[in-house]
Design a protein around this ligand. Structure first.
Ligand code: COA
Length: 400
């Protein structure tokens, strides 16, 4: 078996064929999306195939993304479309393909990688671990049609901001505004695509209604019919714009009965409805991998109030450059991971494998990691300092 990259000139029908066999029927629109994703990945050298003879029997790709961690963007490889032909499964092809994909991701200098697992053991064995969720809410449309006024005269709302329809030419502005919202809200987890993908997935889709404000972006449409709306993105930097975006969605009541929305777990919309009408109905877990530990720490943000210097010992069989004794220092909103001499008890460092370190990075508390068998060593004061530094309920607003 041979694993190699497919270029944009390759016959990418294999993507559709394997998708159909792995995940079920593919619509015409889904087919076009799949091929476009595969073509873009192939053009960027991000599409791998395994061959057993002349035909590919397995493929996997990654998207070139930016992921916000405490308000700072970190380059992230969003792995998707991992599939092996059914008759070839269970022979080690999936593992070989993912091992090579991880090598390519590391070679390209991505500090982080994220994926949505259909099955976790394969990814866990290569160092990915559950990190955060994609949350879906259901909201009665009438609740959005009449939002609560701002609380108290101390902070009167400004005039409603102007919203304008956004089109394919606005991709750069959309990415900039979304990034500014994630930065100012100090979000952990959300990611953005490149301009071509934003243009294709959102701004060129005539069934997705996209709006821009100076500090906000809304993308929504009808949900499989005429009595529900579906919000793909509603992000704003101010109270006025938050209200304007959700009111626009609410204007579809009563024709639309309910609104389905992809939101963060603490989305402000839940504090804007008169009754507790925003129900989080699902959480789709994603896994992350810290590919380059020092770079991942240096690139992300940390709470300005967090200050620590703790010893860590990381075990990482797949990416040995991450392994060994480190000192993690955090101060002034920045972090640094530097090589340290091995310590001995009682100052024994907290000990984490690649999976535990990925989960810690994503904000999973040390107490959880210890009970899950993903952390050992160290002690309570280091745990508390680590929890303070990495705190955050990580969420993504996109699947891939
Ligand atoms: C998941 C998939 C990619 C694995 O490929 P594969 O070639 O069968 O996997 P391998 O033979 O390399 O096995 C790798 C490990 O994953 C485990 N594994 C494979 N398929 C599994 C499944 N369906 N459920 C649970 N574990 C699975 C194997 O047990 C093995 O672990 P082990 O070495 O500890 O026994 C393949 O089964 C597939 O294409 N499935 C359908 C599509 C899909 O679910 N893709 C994943 C999207 S995130």
């Amino acid at each position: 078996m041979e694993i190699r990259q497919l270029g944009p000139a390759a016959d990418l029908e294999v993507e559709v064929d394997l998708t159909r066999r792995a995940f079920g029927p593919v619509t015409e629109a889904g087919r076009a999306d799949r091929l476009a994703d595969a073509r873009e990945a192939a053009a960027g050298g991000r599409y791998l195939a395994a061959f057993d003879g002349p035909q590919p029997v397995a493929v996997a790709m990654f998207h070139d993304m930016r992921q916000w961690w405490h308000g700072r963007a970190v380059r992230m490889a969003g792995v998707g479309g991992v599939k092996v032909a059914p008759e070839q499964r269970g022979r080690g092809i999936g593992r070989a393909l993912m091992t090579e994909l991880l090598r390519v991701i590391a070679d390209r200098g991505y500090p982080l990688s994220v994926l949505y697992p259909a099955t976790a053991p394969l990814y866990r064995s290569l160092g990915w671990e559950l990190g955060g969720g994609l949350y879906r809410a259901v909201i009665a449309a009438r609740s959005l049609a009449s939002l609560l006024p701002a609380d108290g005269p101390a902070q009167p709302l400004q005039d409603p901001p102007g919203l304008r329809r956004a089109g394919p030419g606005d991709a750069g502005e959309v990415i900039g505004i979304i990034g500014a919202v994630h930065e100012s809200a100090r979000h952990c987890g959300p990611a953005t695509y490149d301009a071509a993908t934003v243009r294709r997935r959102w701004l060129s889709d005539e069934n997705l209604f996209c709006y821009l404000a100076a500090d906000g972006f809304l993308a929504y449409g009808w949900h499989e019919g005429h009595d529900e709306m579906s919000v793909r993105v509603a992000l704003a930097g101010s109270a006025e714009t938050t209200r304007a975006l959700w009111s626009t969605v609410g204007s579809h009541a009563p024709l639309a009965r309910q609104v389905r929305a992809v939101v963060g777990p603490d989305d402000p919309v839940a504090w804007l409805t008169r009754e507790p009408d925003v129900r989080l109905v699902s959480r789709w877990s994603w896994m992350m991998r810290v590919v380059d530990a020092p770079a991942a720490i240096a690139a992300r943000g940390f709470p300005a109030a967090a200050g620590l210097a703790v010893g860590l010992r990381i075990d990482d069989a797949q990416l040995p450059a991450n392994a060994g004794h480190w000192t993690l220092e955090v101060s002034g909103g920045k972090g640094e991971l530097t090589r340290a001499a091995p310590q001995v008890p009682p100052g024994a460092p907290a000990r984490l494998g690649a999976r535990g370190f990925a989960a810690l990075y994503a904000g999973v508390p040390m107490a959880t990691l210890r009970r899950a068998g993903l952390a050992a060593g160290g002690g309570p004061s280091a745990d508390e300092a680590l929890d303070t530094a990495f705190a955050g309920q990580a969420f993504l607003l996109d699947s891939f």
